[in-house]
Design a protein around this ligand. Structure first.
Ligand SMILES: [Cu+2]
Length: 196
């Protein structure tokens, strides 16, 4: 009788342990793994952030020189966060930064995102004029309409992905990425109107 009780208890404990393992390592298909194999199993099957991310409607704004920007919708199809750390232009060596808008309306200014751009599990982050964007800081050669800029997205786990951004003419919302880059020129952007 005594030993029966004990073994029931330890079975219950085992069951709890298995449940914790399941939520901890989260095999979505419900298969169980031997605890000893857990770590290596997890590493091998952790999806690379580059594979989890898809970019829809990528495009870059045509420009002769100076600054420009690239846009698109970044979608994370995995159940883990994706962190976009950097964007590199291997083809032309342009310096790129990932920018966000801070503040509202005409007071909004863009600034470099600290750390990485977070794309939460199962969600999308839009890069669009007036919002988050990938910024060409000082073009070394023009972004020509109908050509394509190939940019490498680099993620926090060391993975990377090359994405092609078709180059388009775009006339709207230039104030978002011209005069406001330096806060000293605040107020002048209203004169830009239909400038470019
Ligand atoms: Cu910017």
């Amino acid at each position: 009788m005594m030993s029966e009780k004990i073994s029931t208890k330890s079975l219950a404990a085992l069951g709890l342990g298995a449940a914790l393992l399941l939520t901890g390592c989260a095999p979505a298909d419900g298969t169980t793994q031997e605890p000893t194999a857990q770590n290596s199993h997890h590493e091998q099957h952790a999806s690379r952030q580059a594979d989890a991310l898809t970019v829809t409607d990528p495009w870059a704004k045509a420009a002769e020189k100076g600054m420009s920007a690239a846009f698109g919708t970044l979608r994370n199809d995995s159940d883990q966060p994706v962190e976009l750390e950097a964007v590199v232009d291997q083809e032309h060596g342009n310096t790129l930064q990932i920018h966000e808008m801070a503040g509202q309306g005409t007071d909004a200014v863009m600034q470099q995102i600290e750390g990485a751009l977070q794309i939460p599990a199962g969600q999308s982050v839009e890069l669009a004029p007036g919002g988050n964007h990938i910024m060409f800081m000082d073009l070394k050669q023009p972004l020509v309409p109908a050509e394509v800029a190939t940019l490498r997205l680099e993620f926090a786990d060391g993975s990377s992905k090359d994405v092609q951004f078709p180059i388009r003419n775009y006339d709207g919302a230039n104030e978002s990425y011209h005069s406001q880059h330096s806060q000293d020129t605040e107020g002048t952007h209203e004169e830009h109107g239909g400038g470019h």
